[in-house]
Design a protein around this ligand. Structure first.
Ligand code: HEC
Length: 396
């Protein structure tokens, strides 16, 4: 029963996290688009940056943006912040339920670093906080006057972080943590910088002081970072189910590719929506396409593959599965904490192994995602032999 409850908690949190993230990303993309499509009209008051007309849901909307702020405070001002906060809170909850509660199987890989669950959890939480502190310092430093340089440093720091996580956590947890650090930075940008600056401007207006435009400029830098990080972070979150990404021996290179890929695609939308034409919007999609092909080719390149001698029989493949998989992947698992076959996959017969061959290859040959936590110490040679059997067409 305990296992079912924790699974349900995980499912509900995942659901809430996705819904919250959709509203956060949806509203932030909407406002980016709105900003890009604002147009100035003849005779417009000087404090207005532009206006925009839209049609939706059976009516017309007329939006205007006031820079830095309107002369008087409107009575009824709507804020957009809970989309972000709730995304972070549900995400952290989901991470706690899956990776902290299940630390010994999901967060820790004893062949990488033999941490105790409490050590791994402290390391995880501390690294999220440290990621924010370093990023925030960078943005507040004198370098902030050079946004492209800040971006480059942020990129390099995230790739280095992917490498560092790979030295302490399981491959899957390492990849997810890069996403979690980025997501924490994004949400903290809203919570600790963008909204507080906005509140200062509102307080100035209420006190009939002239607001300092610097606050808006600082917030803009942070929201531009958030904008370019959105697509990579979503990729890092969902790639958890694709072992050829996180399970690659050079996973940090895949992180680097994904950061660039997501930012390039986002850049197209930003420029296209702002009305750019010609060369400014022609390069992004071809570059993104090349990056995807490059990433796919790179993920198939496995420098660590072990050479396999002689043919592998079905009986040998079955014996490998019995040593390393069926404690969990059985209709009645004997591994502690498992009431039923995980992911509905049983690997008890040759037929089972054939039916799931492609997935087995992805999880246990092309990556070391399985066996979960590798409690039985499956070796590279065994992975190589299992892979050779699948590549030979799963013979008897
Ligand atoms: C300690 C228990 C355990 C062991 C041992 C184990 N697995 Fe798993 N396996 C799991 C869990 C838990 C999941 C579900 C993971 C998830 O949903 O993210 C899973 C999921 C899978 C999946 C489905 C992944 C997907 O596509 O969603 C495959 C395939 C798989 N395991 C293969 C194997 C193979 C092959 C072995 C042996 C080499 C193995 N597992 C050993 C616990 C285990």
């Amino acid at each position: 029963m305990g296992g079912v409850l924790i699974d349900w908690l995980g499912l509900i949190l995942r659901w809430a996290h996705i819904v919250a993230a959709i509203s956060w990303i949806g509203s932030s993309f909407y406002f980016m688009w709105l900003d890009a499509t604002l147009r100035r009209r003849e005779g417009m008051e000087p404090g207005i940056k532009g206006e925009n007309w839209t049609v939706h849901g059976g009516g017309f909307y007329h939006t205007r943006k006031y820079m830095v702020a309107p002369e008087a405070m409107p009575d009824d001002l709507h804020w957009f912040k809970w989309e972000s906060y709730s995304t972070w809170m549900t995400g952290f909850g989901l991470m706690a339920v899956t990776y902290y509660w299940g630390a010994s199987s999901l967060l820790i890989d004893p062949t990488v670093a033999d941490l105790a669950p409490w050590q791994a959890v402290i390391l995880s939480v501390a690294s999220l906080a440290a990621g924010w502190v370093v990023y925030d310092r960078l943005c507040r430093s004198r370098l902030s006057a050079r946004p492209v340089l800040v971006f480059g440093l942020l990129f390099a720091a995230l790739v280095a972080l992917a490498w560092a996580y790979g030295q302490v956590f399981s491959a899957r947890a390492a990849f997810l943590h890069v996403g979690a650090v980025i997501a924490t930075i994004m949400s903290a940008n809203v919570f600790l910088v963008i909204i507080p600056n906005q509140q200062i401007v509102v307080a100035d207006l209420k006190g009939r002081r002239v607001p300092d435009p610097a606050y808006g400029a600082i917030a803009k830098l942070r929201s531009t970072h958030n904008n370019y990080l959105t697509l990579p972070v979503v990729f890092l979150m969902i790639s958890n189910h694709y072992p050829f990404t996180f399970g690659h021996p050079h996973a940090p290179a895949i992180v680097a590719g994904v950061l660039v890929l997501g930012a390039v695609v986002r850049d197209w939308f930003n420029r296209y929506e702002a009305g750019a034409t010609g060369a400014a919007i022609r390069w992004q999609w071809p570059v993104a396409g090349l990056l995807v092909v490059g990433l796919a080719a790179f993920s198939a390149w496995r420098p660590d593959r072990v050479a396999v001698e002689g043919a592998v029989t079905g009986a040998e493949a079955m014996a490998i599965a019995q040593s390393h998989c069926t404690a969990c992947h059985a209709s009645r698992p004997i591994a502690e904490g498992f009431d039923e076959a995980p992911a509905g996959i049983t690997l008890e017969t040759l037929g089972d192994l054939r039916r799931h061959a492609a997935k087995v290859r992805a999880q246990a040959v092309l990556s070391e995602a399985m066996p979960l936590g590798n409690p039985t110490g499956m070796t590279a040679a065994e992975r190589g032999r299992l892979g050779a059997w699948i590549e030979a067409g799963t013979p008897d």
